[in-house]
Design a protein around this ligand. Structure first.
Ligand SMILES: Cc1cc2nc3c(=O)[nH]c(=O)nc-3n(C[C@H](O)[C@H](O)[C@H](O)COP(=O)(O)OP(=O)(O)OC[C@H]3O[C@@H](n4cnc5c(N)ncnc54)[C@H](O)[C@@H]3O)c2cc1C
Length: 205
């Protein structure tokens, strides 16, 4: 049984500037982290949005989530170069550098942030393809796509996959999404499964 990963008493680095990174920051503080540093490769947005300057693109402005407000140190325009460790392979720091407007490292700006635990929150990688999905793909030709990550192919009508009597719903089908979609797809898939197994049904009012 593996040890739980906890942030209590540790220096934490969170790589990424999105909502998931914010969740990591908040959770780390809940667990009693000593210090939490969040790295965002994007430039620091202005305090006030300037719609005309960036039109037709979405105007961003500096936002601070409730978890960031608890005291996270936020570094902007920073790339992660390397995880630094001791001889036993334990993390001791994260080597970073400043980047230019094209996100290219700026020579001579490297610095190391002390860190005992780092979280990488830079995008949904898709369902884990190592075990069940690989088995089903190898043995039963389960169809997957390459929409950014590897998702299982099924339509939104009956949620059937390419394998007989195998249905799928939620993030594994549509890619990274929201809870409301997972609930909707789960309910619709359940109905489609029920119809297949039990025949057409009339839902109770
Ligand atoms: C950090 C983070 C923050 C998020 N915040 C929000 C938010 O604020 N609002 C929002 O709407 N959405 C949010 N999301 C997205 C939301 O969590 C997902 O869209 C949603 O959970 C998808 O539901 P799901 O049932 O498809 O998949 P999951 O919730 O991922 O459930 C899949 C389940 O399958 C299990 N599983 C995997 N492999 C196997 C196996 N071989 N055998 C048995 N079980 C297995 C997993 O353990 C897991 O419990 C967030 C996601 C993350 C990662």
């Amino acid at each position: 049984r593996s040890e739980p990963i906890v942030a209590g008493g540790k220096h934490i680095v969170v790589v990424g500037g999105g909502d998931t990174a914010s969740d990591c920051v908040g959770t780390a503080f809940r667990q009693g982290a000593v210090k939490v540093t969040q790295l965002d490769i994007r430039p620091q947005p202005p305090e006030k949005e300037d719609k005309l300057a960036v039109w037709p693109f979405w105007a961003t402005k500096m936002r601070t989530s409730s978890s960031q407000a608890e005291g996270a140190v936020r570094e902007f325009q920073v790339a992660t170069l390397e995880f630094v460790g001791d001889e036993d392979g334990n993390l001791t720091g994260v080597k970073c550098c400043q980047v230019d407007d094209r996100r290219k490292p700026i020579a001579g700006t490297e610095f190391i942030i002390k860190s005992d635990l780092a979280f990488i929150a830079i995008g949904f990688r898709g369902p884990f393809t190592g075990s069940v999905l690989k088995d089903l793909g190898d043995k039963l030709s389960l169809n997957t796509d390459r929409r950014g990550s590897t998702n299982v192919v099924a339509n939104e009508r009956d949620y059937r996959t390419s394998v007989d009597k195998l249905w799928t719903a939620g993030d594994v089908r549509r890619g990274q999404s929201l809870v409301v979609w997972a609930i909707r797809e789960g309910r619709q898939a359940a109905r489609a499964i029920d119809e297949t197994l039990m025949g057409s049904t009339v839902l109770p009012r």
